[in-house]
Design a protein around this ligand. Structure first.
Ligand code: UDP
Length: 342
């Protein structure tokens, strides 16, 4: 692969969002260097540049990778990212997310790399009672996942002041869907996210779907989320990288569509797209869940020129469903994670 515009280090490059970012970077003329410990990522998803296996907790390994590849920028996706798990194991989330980011920032700066694109989350905002969340909304996280990401946002600001670390922060809403060309898609073991779980139920791969709480203060009592297609999300990252390479200021952007769907509406959409009935049960609330997380994304639109193109819920579900039907995820799962089995 010929690097025309330079190397970009993509932590979590073997993971769901990171692998889609690698594809977009390669298409835009960069060489993505995937850095991944393969704890949740898949070497089979690394198709657009080299894979460096390593852990963010290992500073020496990071220094070697920076010295080898001399990246012009970092896209930092690797993190523990499950709201429910973060409530059960807060120490793990704080330690690994924050220490990993610190190691990465310090290794980048030591190598002379000062451009940092960071995956943050709408979970940094907490619960705001049905208010659409803009970049100016106060951040009061209600789970350890959101807390750890907010801490990293603060760390970036401090390193910008002390060392000139340039950065763009993206606060994602709910990422779903898959590469429409079918090369890569979502594969988590175990799966915890709503859309792939509901698709699995429609495919007969699980008996039923559990709705985590139907007594929220929302129109149908279930949680409302703003779903954004993974292809749109990575487009924003490319726009963020161009923003930084053009020398624009450090900035935070929310990435969502401005439209929320309840858990029940997601389930109904999957039923409509797949035309398959399946059992739905009401279950207890999941700790750490906000009732309503919907983005106001005017800043990304006005400043980055970003607008979601594939993020209609039905398109997201169709793309995700096509990926799951392709059987590639099952092949990867059967092969396992050993790089030699690619
Ligand atoms: N959810 C659910 N049943 C499931 C998985 C998720 O009801 O089997 C709900 C979850 O409580 C949340 C929404 O679906 O309100 C989206 O959850 P997901 O884990 O996909 O993303 P998150 O919002 O946690 O990032």
């Amino acid at each position: 692969m010929t690097a025309t515009r330079g190397n970009v280090l993509v932590t979590g490059g073997a993971g769901y969002i990171g692998s889609h970012a690698c594809k977009a970077l390669a298409a835009a003329g960069f060489t993505p260097i995937a850095f991944d410990n393969l704890s949740t990522g898949w070497p089979q998803a690394v198709q657009f540049g080299p894979l460096e296996i390593g852990d963010l907790m290992d500073r020496a390994r990071l220094d070697t990778v920076f010295a080898t590849h001399q990246p012009i920028a970092v896209m930092h996706f690797a993190a523990l990212s499950l709201v429910g798990e973060s409530m059960e194991k807060p120490g793990k989330y704080w330690r690994e997310n924050v220490t990993g980011a610190l190691n990465l920032i310090e290794a980048a700066l030591a190598s002379g790399c000062k451009e940092f694109i960071f995956s943050s989350t709408c979970a940094t905002f907490g619960d705001h009672d049905g208010v659409t969340l803009t970049e100016d909304t106060a951040q009061y996280p209600i789970n350890a996942y959101g807390g750890s990401k907010k801490a990293i946002e603060e760390i970036l600001k401090d390193f910008a002041a002390s060392d000139g670390l340039n950065h763009v922060i993206f606060r994602y809403f709910n990422v779903a869907g898959a590469d429409p060309e079918g090369q890569i898609g979502e594969l988590h073991e175990p799966e915890t996210h709503l859309i792939p779980i509901v698709i699995d139920a429609a495919r007969g791969k699980r008996d039923s779907v559990a709705i985590y709480g139907d007594d929220y203060a929302t129109p149908d009592g279930t949680c409302i989320r703003d779903y954004v297609h993974v292809m749109d999300l990575v487009d924003a990252h490319l726009a963020g990288l161009e923003w930084r390479l053009a020398g624009w200021e450090n900035r935070a952007f929310n990435l969502g569509t401005g439209h929320g769907y309840s858990v029940r509406e997601v389930i109904d959409t999957v039923k409509r797209v797949t035309n398959v009935p399946f059992t739905v049960n009401n279950a207890a609330r999941r700790a750490g869940d906000a009732a309503f997380l919907v983005s106001g994304s005017e800043r990304a639109l006005n400043e980055l020129g970003w607008s979601p193109k594939r993020s209609a819920l039905e398109t997201i579900v169709r793309d995700a469903h096509r990926w799951h039907l392709s059987g590639i995820a099952e092949t990867w799962a059967a092969q396992g994670r050993a790089p030699a089995k690619r």
